[in-house]
Design a protein around this ligand. Structure first.
Ligand code: FES
Length: 114
């Protein structure tokens, strides 16, 4: 199977505050890149499924972020709001290569073409 992976460097791990996030623009999409207390990284579209709040300004706890506007909790692994709220947010593949945070831009192109 042909792979479309295209890992690009986003920033250094230390450029993201622990328990916080950094916003980057990828192909015109605002993407929030989060760092957990265990130094795991996640990336989702920076737009809350409730009313579009900036998730990158939320507080990370565990593998989730609380939206700063109305406190919905978004699971960053699943890209879904936790009950009782219902909604999902687009996730992007990210990984750590040493101390560098990388995002698979190939996945964005594939998704955008659908
Ligand atoms: S906009 Fe995020 S909880 Fe309302």
């Amino acid at each position: 199977m042909m792979t479309m992976e295209n890992w690009i460097d986003l920033c250094g791990l230390d450029d993201i505050p622990r328990l916080g996030a950094r916003q980057v623009m990828i192909s015109g999409i605002p993407v929030a890149v989060f760092r957990t207390s265990a130094d795991r990284v996640f990336a989702v579209e920076d737009r809350c499924p409730h009313k579009g709040g900036p998730l990158s300004q939320g507080i990370v706890h565990g593998n989730a972020v609380a939206c700063p506007l109305h406190n919905w909790v978004i699971d960053l692994e699943l890209g879904e709001a936790r009950a009782p709220d219902v909604g999902c947010v687009r996730r992007f593949p990210v990984r750590l290569a040493g101390e560098t945070v990388q995002l698979d831009a190939g996945a964005i192109v594939v998704q955008a073409a659908e």
